[in-house]
Design a protein around this ligand. Structure first.
Ligand SMILES: C=CC1=C(C)c2cc3[nH]c(cc4nc(cc5[nH]c(cc1n2)c(C)c5CCC(=O)O)C(CCC(=O)O)=C4C)c(C)c3C=C
Ligand SMILES: [Fe+2]
Length: 413
């Protein structure tokens, strides 16, 4: 069983064996049986199906919400510290937020003021992840502890960024496999912010629900592509080195942490949907039906970047997104992509305000997101169909040990 997911057994089991129940939850699929075999939850509340009972630990070497499979619902919220608030207020805020996040992720009420919105549902794989933006260090007098990895991202020629919906002192990422559970966490943390911090921007996203497919499958984005296939696997030898800050660095408080680049990328769906299937597939270099490379095989087959077609041209075109972004084309630059789709209706321009809340995780953005985005900016076939509308970069510290709160190693040192 994964270290990252626990099952609230008393509320789940009933007629199922423990192994069966855990398997359903971890598979992320659930399937019909996952929703059928319910037990009386006794004092813990009503019984739960596998999706409701799945629980991610709050404490650990890394914060939750990085390596876990992306959940069905997501909220991304940036806060700015209130005028006059500094380090003392930030310490109190991170203590309050950490205490609330621990209870929320355990599926427990957050005290007398709990709104009951998530009552009955269980943890639903809720994760709450906290990050600090570059401006946080100015506001709290901690400039000497600001990592150089938080240096501003370069300006890319295709950027069309809205500064009001970019950056921020603090960032909260919420993910859950139930919309009410995710909303409950969002409201609770907004309430707990009190007078210390105000919401700067908020974005809401989604992914496929667990149980929608008979077995776990890579999700699709709103262009219809299978998206996430070639993500580095947590079991890979170099995964930790690429994604997490290693001990012994210039900012010891960031050991076990990671840097999140967050970009709201609008999809120009009216244009994309007019493109014939073959042309759509050439934009990415993979088949739309199953995500397999255009050079053949299945979804997980390696891309054959040298293969030529009968016409003597590269089967995976020179400007195909998957070619340009591949680590082997970028000196090994590797990031973990963990996005949510978003849809906020029709924009003032009359076209869908929909796309990808692109979130990527890495130990150092200057060796991962930045070089890859530089290259995509120069010649990605996908760029005709997308627009980067907001951008943010956050330092996400390691997970709290017993007795710690998130960010304590930065704020208390
Ligand atoms: C700078 C990094 C990246 C941005 C921005 C980005 C935007 C973006 N991507 C898709 C759709 C797909 N991306 C795929 C692969 C892929 N994309 C990146 C990086 C960025 N994408 C990487 C590193 C990779 C993996 C490359 C590899 O190793 O082969 C794919 C293919 C399937 C997969 O491997 O996930 C799709 C599809 C969209 C729609 C988008 C912006 C809206
Ligand atoms: Fe991509």
């Amino acid at each position: 069983m994964s270290d990252n997911l626990e099952i609230s057994r008393r509320r789940l089991l009933g007629t199922m064996g423990a192994a069966g129940a855990a398997g359903l939850a971890l598979g992320g699929a659930g399937g019909a049986a996952g929703y059928a075999a319910l037990a009386d939850g006794g004092d813990d509340g009503p019984a739960l199906a596998a999706v409701g009972a799945a629980r991610v630990p709050f404490r650990g070497a890394h914060q939750a919400g990085i390596v876990q499979p992306p959940q069905a619902c997501g909220h991304l919220v940036a806060f700015d510290l209130a005028p006059g608030a500094g380090r003392k207020e930030a310490v109190a805020l991170m203590r309050r937020w950490s205490a609330a996040a621990e209870r929320l992720m355990a599926g427990e009420p957050v005290g007398g003021s709990d709104s009951a919105v998530a009552k009955d549902a269980g943890p639903c794989s809720l994760t709450v992840t906290f990050g600090f933006g570059a401006s946080f260090f100015d506001r709290t007098g901690l400039v000497a502890r600001r990592p150089r990895e938080l240096d501003p991202l370069p300006v890319f020629s295709s950027d069309r960024l809205d500064p009001k919906r970019s950056n921020g002192d603090l960032w909260v990422q919420i993910g859950a496999d139930d919309a009410l559970v995710a909303f409950h966490a969002l409201r609770t943390l907004q309430r707990e912010a009190g007078a210390a911090a105000k919401v700067r921007w908020q974005m809401n996203g989604f992914n496929r629900s667990p149980g929608a497919t008979a077995h776990p499958m890579t999700t699709r984005n709103l262009m219809g592509q299978v998206d996430g296939t070639n993500n580095p696997k947590p079991t890979a030898r170099d995964f930790d080195r690429h994604v997490f800050v290693q001990p012994g660095g210039a900012q010891p408080w960031m050991a076990g942490g990671s840097y999140a680049v967050v970009r709201r990328i609008r999809m120009l769906l009216d244009d994309w949907e007019k493109l014939p299937l073959k042309a759509q597939e050439e934009v990415i270099g993979r088949r739309k039906s199953d995500g397999a490379p255009l050079t053949g095989g299945t979804e997980t087959t390696r891309l054959d970047l040298d293969k030529l077609g009968p016409d003597g041209r590269q089967v995976i075109p020179a400007d195909a997104h998957a070619r340009i972004s591949a680590p082997e084309q970028n000196g090994g630059a590797t990031m973990l992509r963990r996005p949510f789709s978003y849809h906020d209706g029709i924009g003032p321009d009359g076209v869908p305000d929909a796309g990808l809340l692109f979130i990527c995780w890495q130990a150092d953005p200057s060796r991962a997101f930045v070089p890859v985005q530089r290259k995509l900016d120069r010649g990605d076939a996908l760029s005709r169909f997308i627009r980067h509308e907001t951008s943010a970069l956050f330092a996400v510290p390691g997970g709290p040990a017993e007795g710690e709160y998130v960010g304590g190693r930065l704020l208390e040192a």
